[in-house]
Design a protein around this ligand. Structure first.
Ligand code: LLP
Length: 406
């Protein structure tokens, strides 16, 4: 992103999320092209960044949406994603969510347990509908990523085993209200190795073949999300290699490849911009205190995740500093031992690769308003979410009857 960050900060203030929409387009097209020649649908993982403008931008390019709550389904619909391109996944869905998803007639409800299948069937009966379903298989493959974002081992809560899945498909095939058309797996996030993906694809493709042999025809092969990105110096998977590996495993199957990328699309399409408040030294430890904090960008605190941090237009000898926010937690940091020049009030820091799981994981902890979000498209800037005010935060409390306390 070649941006005049100082001007944007004057206009929008900090903390601020900035997204490069042209980069989102490039990422989408690169992945879509990698699957060309095959039937495919890229269903963007809304959880990574659910701003309506982001979803709308991707919907205009032809993307679908992978959602994990009815709220995300509503966002996708509101942003113009076609209902036949929306998938609803997640280990625990409320009845009301299942009902609404069925009424909206979205492409697939992705099931994660036998109990959930029975629940979906019951609600489909109630509505007199047939539920198009897929089943999330847990292929028991180690994705070799951070344990918090690893999902494809039996020790994780996601999906069902191959045997359970088979039993579920046979049940669903017999049911008048279930139509088992999809199969799904997602082994983890920030994957930088191809081998576990290939292995999982092979296991799941074998299951598809054995289902075909007993008359159950699967139309959608959902490979989940998980393509890793560069935060530091990681070697990542090229979309063309990713597609090639998957296609090699589904030879002979007439099937649509569904993918659910989130981070791949958004992480490097966004930065988080924060202003320096002060510097201080405790003993021999240098701290740079900024106006952004863990409530804005949780990944460093939660996963010890690395995000490159740089000062904008600031020269001088660099020394290591911890970049910390104003939240009352020792775990409130954006970076540790970051090499930075001497800084003073109003200097600006850019936290890179913050477009995915940045804003969506933000909170109001310490009654801090959520940051503003701005899109950059063809060199122009557009506000896509206003900075949250104090009034926004207390609205739901003020509307309650507090007279009993008076
Ligand atoms: N599909 C399913 C079923 C998922 O569970 C996820 C992510 C995705 C797709 C998208 O994965 P991606 O392409 O973005 O890797 N908060 C964590 C990431 C949690 C990912 C959860 N599931 C982080 O900040 O690293």
């Amino acid at each position: 992103m070649s941006l005049d960050i100082t001007t944007l900060v004057k206009k929008y203030d900090t903390p601020l999320y900035l997204y490069d929409f042209n980069n989102i387009t490039n990422r989408y097209e690169e992945l879509k092209d990698a699957f060309s020649g095959k039937k495919s649908l890229v269903a963007y993982a809304v959880k990574s960044n659910s701003n309506l403008a982001v979803i709308r931008h991707l919907a205009n390019l032809g993307a679908g949406a992978d959602c994990v709550s009815i709220g995300e389904v509503r966002r996708a619909l509101k942003a113009g994603v076609k209902k036949y391109r929306i998938i609803f996944s997640g280990v625990g869905k409320r009845d009301s969510e299942i009902r609404e998803a069925l009424q909206e007639d979205i492409l697939l409800i992705n099931l994660e347990s036998e109990a959930e299948m029975k629940r979906v069937e019951m609600i489909a009966v109630e509505l007199g509908k047939e539920a198009r379903i897929s089943i999330r298989v847990n292929p028991n493959v180690d994705p070799k990523t951070h344990p918090y974002i690893s999902t494809g081992l039996h020790e994780n809560k996601f999906g069902v085993s191959i045997d359970t899945a088979k039993r579920m498909y046979i049940y669903a095939k017999k049911s008048e209200h279930l139509n088992p058309v999809g199969i799904h797996f997602h082994i983890g996030s920030q994957l930088t190795e191809l081998a576990p993906i290939t292995e999982a694809c092979g296991i799941v493709a074998d299951l598809v073949r054995s289902l075909e042999a007993i008359g159950i025809e699967i139309k959608f092969f959902d490979i989940g999300g998980g393509i890793g990105v560069v935060y530091d110096d990681e070697k990542t998977i090229a979309p063309a290699d990713y597609a090639k590996a998957i296609i090699s495993q589904i030879k002979g199957l007439d099937i649509t490849i569904l993918s659910e990328p989130g981070r791949y699309m958004m992480a490097n399409s966004g930065i988080f911009v924060t202003s320096v408040l002060y510097e201080k030294v405790n003993g021999d430890k240098r701290f740079v205190i900024v106006d952004g904090a863990m409530n804005d960008l949780l990944r460093p605190s939660l996963y010890n995740a690395y995000h490159k941090i740089e000062a904008v237009q600031k020269e001088g000898e660099k020394t290591p500093a911890d970049v910390v926010g104003p939240v009352c937690e020792s775990g409130d940091f954006l970076g540790k031992n970051v090499e930075l020049p001497p800084l003073s009030h109003h200097d600006i820091l850019v936290v890179h690769s913050a477009g995915a799981y940045g804003f969506t994981m933000s909170s109001n902890y310490n009654t801090r308003g959520r940051a503003a979000e701005v899109a950059i498209l063809d060199g122009k800037d557009y506000l896509i979410r206003e900075r949250e005010t104090f009034e926004d935060q207390v609205r739901l409390e003020e509307s309650c009857d507090i007279s009993w306390q008076e």
